[in-house]
Each structure stands twice: as C-alpha cells, then as structure tokens.
Design a protein around this ligand. Structure first.
Ligand SMILES: *Cc1c(COP(=O)(O)O)cnc(C)c1O
Ligand SMILES: [Zn+2]
Length: 413
C-alpha cells in the first residue's frame, strides 16, 4: 500500500514495514502507529473532495485508512453517526455550546465498530481465517457483529462479568465465546496466548495498530459536522486509552493535511478506581502503572491500560487534562443525559457528562467554549446499571379507579 509510509513505535521510534510485524514493535514491544505519505494523501483528500463525497460511513476517509479498497469491507454502515447540539443539557451544565456525538448509533451500538471495521477489512485483505479479540464486552460484540456474515471464524475472550446484553450480541452473531473466570486483563493475556499458539489474527486493543486507525475517523466526522470549526474541548472516557489516542491522531492528521486550522484540547474522563492514565498525567510520566480497575462502568474497567502511553501523550500534546468521576456520578449522569439530550448512554459513555460537570465546577471549562461529549456506547448495553440510576415503574391493575388514585397520589402528569 503506497499510502502507508511506516509503522512507527510510539515508545522507541523504530520504523517497521507493513510486512515486518502484525502487532507490536519488534525492538521494544511498544505499540505501533501507522504513518502515511501525507503529501500523497493531500493531493487526494481535501476539503472540496470531502464536501462532494456522498459516502456516509468511515469509508469516506478510505484515502487515509490502512485498507486498499472498499470491495472487501463488512456490509453495514459504520460511522457517520449524528452530532447533536444539546441545548438543554448544555444549559444545565453551564456550557451553552455543548454537542453530543452519538456513537451508540453504530451497528453493534458502540464506538468500537469503527476499529472492528478497519481491522476486519485488514484481516480480509490478509486472507485470515480466524480472528480473535479480548474485550470488556463492546470490542467483542462489535467484532462478532461485523464478521457475522463473513467467511471468517471469530473467537472471543471476555471476563465472566461482561454485561448480559453484550454477551447476547456475541452469541446471536455466531461467535465462539470463551468466558474467562477473571478480569479483562486475564482475558487479554489468554487471548494473546491463543493468538500465538494457533496463529489467529488478534484484534485486541493496543497490540493491533489498526484499531486506532478506525477510531480516528470520529475526529474527522466531528470536524466536518461542525463545519470545519474545531471544538475547544472533546471529552472522552478512557479505559485502555485507544479511543482518545485515536481521536487525537484524527485531529492531528486533518491539521497536517490543512483541512482544519486548530487542534482541540482533549479531556480524559476516568472512573476513580480505574484511573491509571490520570495518575500518569499527574505524575508527568508516560510510564502507566496498574490500578485495581474496579468500576460499574465495565467498558472503562481496566487495570493496566493497553494503550496507556499513547493516551497520556494525546492528552498532554493537546494541552488537555484528566478528570476522575465516581460510580455514583456516572450513574446520575445516565438519566441527565437522556433527559437533557434524548440520548441513552451506557455508563462508560455517561462518564463524559459527569466529567464535564466536574471540570466546570473546577473552573477548567469556560462558559464560551464549545465542547463535544463522545457518547461511546448505547444505554441498552447495560440495563442493570441504567435501572440503578432511576426509580421504579408504577404497577397497577387495569382499572380506571386505581389509575385515578395513582394520578392523584403521585401527580403523574
Ligand atoms: C472501549 C470503550 C471505552 C474506552 O475506550 P478505550 O480505548 O478502552 O479507552 C469507552 N466507552 C465505551 C462505551 C467503550 O466501549
Ligand atoms: Zn519500539
């Protein structure tokens, strides 16, 4: 692929050819990033070309993705999710220029589809027979969804605590599901061993350099949907750190291509006991250390982030910062986002709004700034947590007299 210049190690800087390695740096084991021939791409991809492009999915950015052609991509629409101006929610937060990027509107109902689509397309080009991943749940259900109709076996490793709706997706789409008695980190290690033992193509976050490529497309869409005006801040919840580093790469690439003039600040939102990236930023180091990882927000429940170094660099390079939120704040944010913007978010996605409220309280967001909250997963992904954030329904017999008593007692309307 002529457009790709190198796979460069984020840690030691070593360059690799596409044929040298499928995963990590061969010298130090660090994560790789795909760098392109940006002068070549500049000739094909610019503001005018994008405005004329009718494709409404991540494949509108094919010129800057590590895939040769769209003949061989999963046949469902990934990306080009809506960006809403959230008037009511913004007024409540004291940030009138608030936008919601609703990535729950992807085929498997999470942001992870962006990465799975690119990795699956890559696997098809490599003629892989079996694809595997470890996941807290969403990366897995996404991969199972996107490979569902393809001639490729999918083997999934999830912790036994994965929410039931995500497990249901895996089974419905026909993946082989291995539930590991342990944490996400345990599932990750086992998946890695399986990939080495059997030669299965591994999509796991961090070690596969192509997930970040899919994830960056969200930044491209935000630029286009905001009419090429870069927002001041983008709030992203962080577990492994691959989404936030991908989004940063997207903004940096559009800037490098001259498509946008300014870069945004990124704000990493983490659960208080799953806060490795926040700790590293506070200690001013890229050496990310493990923590307990315990939080109700399963999608960001991570002990050792698999793309932590890249996440720290993304936040730092953008001039942004990190905030911690409690599980109680995350749960409260679910109905507030729903009632303030009509969007149902899973806990990890709702964390961004909890993070915004905290940042506003601490004076880190000014009233006139434009802010995008990334809603990374749909609320139906984890109804047990959603139900903890709200009251109970009224249960009555089908009788008007009983309804009248209820209306009078409870002032239903
Ligand atoms: C995976 C995920 C995240 C966190 O992304 P990382 O790359 O692990 O930091 C946030 N929200 C949802 C819904 C996710 O599925
Ligand atoms: Zn290296």
């Amino acid at each position: 692929m002529k457009k790709i210049k190198t796979l460069q190690c984020i840690r030691c800087g070593k360059d690799h050819k596409l044929t040298d390695t499928k995963y990590n740096c061969t010298a130090c084991g660090g994560n790789l990033q795909v760098l392109y021939d940006y002068n070549l791409i500049k000739k094909r991809l610019n503001f005018e070309v994008l405005k004329e492009n009718p494709e409404r999915s991540i494949w509108r950015y094919l010129d800057i993705l590590p895939v040769a052609s769209i003949k061989n991509v999963p046949p469902v629409q990934v990306g080009w999710t809506p960006l809403y101006k959230a008037e009511k929610l913004g007024a409540e937060a004291g940030v009138p220029n608030l936008y919601i990027k609703d990535d729950g509107r992807n085929p498997s109902a999470s942001f992870k589809d962006r990465a799975s689509a690119v990795v699956t397309a890559r696997a098809l080009e490599l003629k892989e027979k079996v694809i595997t991943t470890a996941s807290t749940g969403n990366a897995a259900s996404s991969l199972a969804c996107l490979t569902g109709s393809l001639d490729m076996k999918t083997v999934i490793f999830v912790p036994e605590t994965a929410p039931a709706p995500k497990v249901a997706q895996l089974l419905v789409f026909g993946a082989a599901v291995v539930m590991v008695k342990g944490t996400y980190d345990d599932a990750f290690e086992l998946c890695l061993k399986a990939s080495q033992e059997y030669g299965w193509y591994n999509r796991s976050t961090g070690i596969n350099p192509f997930t970040r490529e899919g994830k960056k497309t969200c930044a491209f869409e935000i630029c286009e949907q905001m009419n090429w005006e870069t927002p001041d801040k983008v709030f992203v919840s962080v577990g492994d750190g691959n989404i936030i580093s991908g989004i940063w790469k997207g903004f940096v690439e559009f800037h490098r291509l001259g498509i946008i003039e300014r870069l945004p600040q990124l704000v990493a939102v983490q659960a208080e006991h799953s806060d490795s990236v926040t700790r590293a930023l506070e200690a001013n180091t890229t050496d990310v250390q493990p923590v307990s990882g315990k939080t109700i927000a399963d999608s960001i429940s991570v002990s050792l982030p698999r793309d932590g170094m890249a996440a720290v660099m993304a936040v730092r390079d953008s001039g942004g910062f990190a905030v911690r939120v409690s599980d109680a704040e995350i749960l409260q944010a679910i109905p507030r986002i729903a009632r303030g913007s009509n969007v149902f978010a899973e806990p990890a996605a709702a964390a961004t709004y909890a993070g915004l409220l905290k940042a506003v309280r601490e004076g880190k967001v000014k009233e006139n700034e434009s802010v995008v909250l990334l809603i990374s997963g749909n609320g139906l992904k984890d109804i047990q947590s959603a139900m903890k954030s709200v009251g109970k329904p009224h249960v009555i017999t089908p009788d008007l007299a009983e309804l009248k008593r209820l209306v009078a007692d409870q002032k239903l309307a």
